[in-house]
Design a protein around this ligand. Structure first.
Ligand code: NOJ
Ligand code: MG
Length: 609
């Protein structure tokens, strides 16, 4: 892909700056692993058998685990078709054990027409041929376990693909049928039912209802789709649907998976009568909001399709299934709701184990806001006996190496592209991202890392319009860029075709022409690189048991600083513009180079003593 010259230069500058900033002499010695460079295909594919439980800090491994999100389309392509696949992941598990994570979460790999990157499932019991076969999955699972990595997979219960047999049966069976009752079919409003049943809008833009042509050829009922037209919502009041999903959970638990990340865990149940609702203008990409203050306040009325009380009984049921298996199988909620006290409802003792802390993700690089959200998270989740599950990036939001430097009023996300006003400064973004990740990985609780953030990858801004694939882009007539920019296949080897993503040039989304600087092999063994920063942080986090620690705020650093102690480590993050004097102590980690005495802007240190 050829991006605009300015953007390409800016991205290159960003990477160069991060690499050279550390080469200036520092009075301290940031601790880094000595790593031998290994080409991706030459890495050890089988690790020494590791006891998963021995690696976990506690039997409840999920309370402190660092979990690496793999977006299978974009991690590694084994067969050169430009699409990442399961065999590609298996071949490169070594990179994740070297990184030092505890588990992986795989975004969907099920059979799917891929209208929403696989979040449109047409068969929950099989692998899409794009990604491989069930045998490939079994090989991946066995290899991950052997390497000491637990495996969480995605489950998509709010909706199926419109290609799913259940939906084609529902269309064929007609109004009033058992088959139709599995989905949310309703008559339209207006004299001839020509108007949708209510005013709900799709999260991806446009209306949330589509009218069907009945088997006799006449225009008929409407079906609800909170997302794309090709993602009809299931009716979770229907016991048949509930039983089907119990079967799906057991199928994968029986195969040996360690848990599920549950897609749209705040949807599924809709308010009785499906009343009209107009969301606030500041709704984020998945229905959340971009206001730092919102997450910690009082609950407000929510949309009639989010966070309905009835969802919790579903998860109590699922928890009983998870608990019937040995070795702590987990459920992680994608519950994109406000405020934190409401999110905590998903992780009450008899419900799910984790709920992504999107309030933290949506917080800008502002010390007061960060202190507030961290404090509220620990208190609020703690009140129900749950850890916080920290996260800064995923496949739905602008990568935090770009997002944290956004100046436009687009702080969380409908994507950014060439025409976005207030594009982020890449150097500032990378500095902040490294500082924010160093802060996150020192917090007690579990953390998620999204593939590529350990390389400092920015959002791919200059994707050509014709390459974009996110339904958001199409459903909004190109007014929202959507999520393609965080989904570009990641770079492994600077000098290889597709930067070593696969054996050929092919890449389902074009890779920026200046991503060689971010390639894994350029960063490996370079003490100042983002990759080595992550490795050091993960090793030190384990050594100092930070994931199972507790947080005590430190005072006296000024308003622009986030400072706390966790065990024997003091963590100090400067989110302001001015340098801040540091107390005495041994610096064991620094997110960028400095003189060891005054902490520069956008930098986090871990101190001992
Ligand atoms: C949340 C997923 O993370 C996102 O990628 C998807 O588009 C929606 N749910 C709909 O399944
Ligand atoms: Mg492939």
């Amino acid at each position: 892909m050829t991006g605009s010259k300015n953007t390409a230069e800016a991205i290159a500058t960003s990477a160069a700056a991060s690499a050279t900033a550390f080469t200036t002499a520092s009075t301290t010695t940031p601790t880094t692993d000595v790593v031998t460079t290994a080409a991706p295909t030459a890495g050890p594919t089988t690790a020494t058998p590791t006891d998963l439980d021995a690696r976990a800090l506690t039997p409840e491994w999920w309370r402190s685990a660092v979990i690496y999100q793999i977006y299978p389309r974009s991690f590694a392509d084994s067969d050169g078709d430009g699409m990442g696949d399961l065999a590609g992941i298996t071949d490169r598990l070594w990179a994740l054990t070297e990184l030092g994570v505890d588990a992986i979460w795989l975004s969907p790999f099920y059979r799917s027409p891929q209208r929403d990157g696989g979040y449109d499932v047409s068969d929950y019991f099989d692998i899409d041929p794009l990604f491989g076969t069930l045998a490939d999955f079994d090989r991946l699972l066995a290899a991950a376990h052997e390497a000491g990595l637990r495996v969480i997979i995605d489950i998509v219960p709010n909706h199926t693909s419109s290609d799913h047999q259940w939906f084609t049966e529902a269309l064929a069976a007609g109004e009033g049928s058992e088959e139709r009752a599995r989905y949310m079919f309703r008559d339209g409003r207006g004299a001839s039912g020509q108007l949708p049943p209510n005013n709900w809008e799709s999260v991806f833009g446009g209306g949330a209802w589509t009218r069907v042509t009945e088997p006799d050829g006449t225009l008929g009922q409407w079906y609800l789709h909170l997302f794309d037209t090709t993602q009809p919502d299931l009716d979770w009041e229907n016991e048949w649907v509930r039983e089907k999903f119990r079967e799906i959970l057991r199928f994968w638990f029986d195969r040996g998976v360690d848990g599920f990340r549950v897609d749209v865990a705040h949807g599924m149940i809709k308010a009785p009568g499906l009343p009209d609702y107009t969301p606030p203008a500041d709704s984020g990409s998945m229905g959340g909001t971009a206001h730092d203050s919102k997450h910690t306040g009082e609950p407000e009325p929510t949309a009639p399709y989010w966070a309905q009380p009835g969802v919790h009984e579903i998860y109590r049921d699922w928890r009983r299934i998870a608990d019937s298996y040995p070795n702590a199988r987990i459920l992680a909620a994608e519950a994109w709701v406000d405020p934190l006290s409401r999110v905590a409802e998903w992780v009450r003792p008899d419900e799910m184990h984790q709920a992504f802390n999107f309030a933290f993700l949506e917080t800008t690089w502002n010390a007061a806001a960060l202190r507030r959200v961290i404090d509220a998270s620990i208190t609020t989740f703690g009140a129900v006996g749950a850890p916080s599950t920290w996260v800064l990036s995923n496949h739905d939001v602008v990568r935090h190496a770009s997002r944290l430097a956004l100046t436009a009023d687009n702080l969380q996300g409908h994507g950014i592209g060439p025409k976005t006003v207030g594009l982020p400064d890449p150097v500032l973004g990378l500095n902040r991202a490294r500082a924010a990740s160093s802060l996150m990985l020192a917090l007690p609780g579990s953390s998620y890392i999204y593939q590529g953030e350990e390389l400092g990858l920015p959002e791919a801004i200059d994707l050509p319009d014709e390459a974009r694939q996110d339904p958001t882009w199409f459903r909004t007539g190109g007014t929202r860029y959507g999520r393609d920019g965080c989904r570009v296949p990641i770079p492994w080897q600077a000098e290889e075709p597709s930067y070593g993503f696969g054996p050929t040039e092919a890449s389902w989304l074009p890779q920026p022409s200046d991503w060689a600087a971010y390639a894994r092999d350029r960063q490996e063994g370079v003490a100042t690189s983002t990759l080595e920063l992550y490795k050091s942080a993960l090793r030190l986090r384990r050594e100092h048991r930070l994931g199972v620690g507790s947080l005590n705020w430190l005072s006296g650093f000024g308003d622009d600083v986030v400072a706390f102690r966790n065990g024997d480590v003091s963590v100090i993050a400067n989110a302001g513009d001015a340098p801040v004097p540091l107390p005495a102590g041994e610096i064991i980690l620094t997110s960028r180079a400095f003189d060891g005495r005054t902490l520069p802007a956008d930098c986090t240190v871990w101190l001992l003593g």
